[in-house]
Design a protein around this ligand. Structure first.
Ligand code: SAM
Ligand code: DTB
Ligand code: SF4
Length: 333
């Protein structure tokens, strides 16, 4: 007698994804892929809700890393004006304004290779002040030690953003000043400290579809799926190696970008999939396809860290057009 066929619910999170299974998802007919992703999305989330986060660059430029996409690396001449770490009061005032504009989460970004202990008191004061406003707190400050992760958690930090950026195979084409393993180590410290992880990558850097599948394979097989999974579309910045190259080669096709969002939704079904950098250049229709394929979070405000965003007026109109509304706090990962 044949063994009974076991029904495996496709919406349940799995940690044993194989890369070839993820590549096969990318190969599905587009309509089928988006339909599957939309179904999984609806199992865990209200598809009319969108999480709104706002970013602030609390320390801009002059970074010691050489990430080939980044406006803030000291290795490239991008014309960016570098600045010192902001005072906690300035950051808290910006967070208040973001909250008044509708943001639910406030993310503080610093152009650092790693956090230095001497900066911890100031960073802890800004995190504590933002948390006291009733906002969710997120920070992205480069690599952390285990002790620093605990100190940030104690200061009131809810989320730490640290991206894997691309596949292990393509990584060396993007950055050479820190390793993939360095990034995995920081993520482990964040998890061990009890903070939620925000971890994703960038597409459109000249990588192959297999690299996009490789990035999602890494994310889907982490000890815990990222609570937030940002999918950034490369913003080509003049003077950076990747920005200059992509300006010649052309940007990633929108349909392939939507495929990446859909596969992210399928392999990390309970993560908040964030349509992050690059939204400025996207039509309302392309963004709508991303939301259909399972993206349920965006950055709002006029600016990401150093590059532009559509701005709140345009986004409010888009949400109204699509019949979408900001996610209620607490419903989100
Ligand atoms: N220095 C910290 C770090 O790298 O961990 C934090 C800030 S860094 C700017 C945060 C992330 O923004 C990067 O990991 C990358 O994924 C994304 N990013 C930076 N520049 C970008 C660009 N030009 N286009 C798309 N994404 C970008
Ligand atoms: C993430 O993955 N994207 C955000 C956030 N995490 C920190 C940053 C995007 C930065 C885009 C380039 C810039 O504005 O400088
Ligand atoms: Fe520095 Fe972060 Fe930019 Fe890399 S991505 S150069 S670490 S600010």
């Amino acid at each position: 007698m044949n063994a009974p066929v076991q029904f495996v619910d496709p919406a349940l999170p799995r940690h044993d994804w194989r890369k070839d299974e993820i590549e096969a998802l990318f190969e599905l007919p587009f309509m089928e892929l988006v339909f599957q992703a939309a179904q999984v999305h609806r199992r865990w989330f209200d598809p009319s809700e969108l999480q709104l986060s706002q970013l602030l660059s609390v320390k801009t430029g002059g970074c010691a890393e050489n990430c080939g996409y980044c406006s803030q690396s000291a290795s490239f001449k991008t014309g960016l004006q570098a600045s010192k770490l902001m005072d906690a009061d300035t950051v808290i005032a910006a967070a208040k304004a973001a909250q008044a504009g509708g943001a639910q989460r406030f993310c503080m970004g610093a152009a650092w290779r790693d956090l230095k202990d001497r900066d911890l008191p100031k960073v802890a004061a800004m995190i504590g002040g933002v948390k006291a406003l009733g906002l969710e707190t997120c920070a992205t400050l480069g690599m952390l030690t285990a002790d620093q992760a605990v100190a940030l958690k104690d200061a009131g930090l809810d989320y730490y953003n640290h991206n894997l950026d691309t596949s292990p195979e393509y990584y060396g084409e993007v950055v050479t000043t820190r390793t993939y393993q360095d990034r995995l180590d920081t993520l482990a410290h964040v998890r061990d400290a009890g903070m939620s992880t925000c971890c994703g990558g960038i597409v459109g850097m000249g990588e192959t579809r297999s690299d996009r599948a490789g990035l999602l394979h890494q994310l889907a097989t982490l000890p815990a799926h990222p609570d937030s999974l940002p999918v950034n579309a490369l913003v080509p910045v003049g003077g950076t190696p990747l920005g200059d190259r992509i300006k010649v080669e052309g940007e990633l096709d929108g349909i392939e970008f939507v495929r990446t969002i859909a596969v992210a939704r399928l392999v990390c079904p309970k993560s908040m999939v964030r349509l992050s950098a690059g939204r400025e250049g996207m039509s309302k229709e392309l963004q709508a396809l991303c939301f259909l394929a399972g993206a349920n979070s965006i950055f709002v405000g006029g600016k990401l860290l150093t590059t532009p965003l559509p701005g709140m007026d345009e986004d409010t109109l888009m949400l109204a057009d699509l019949g979408m509304r900001p996610m209620t706090m607490g419903a989100q990962a």
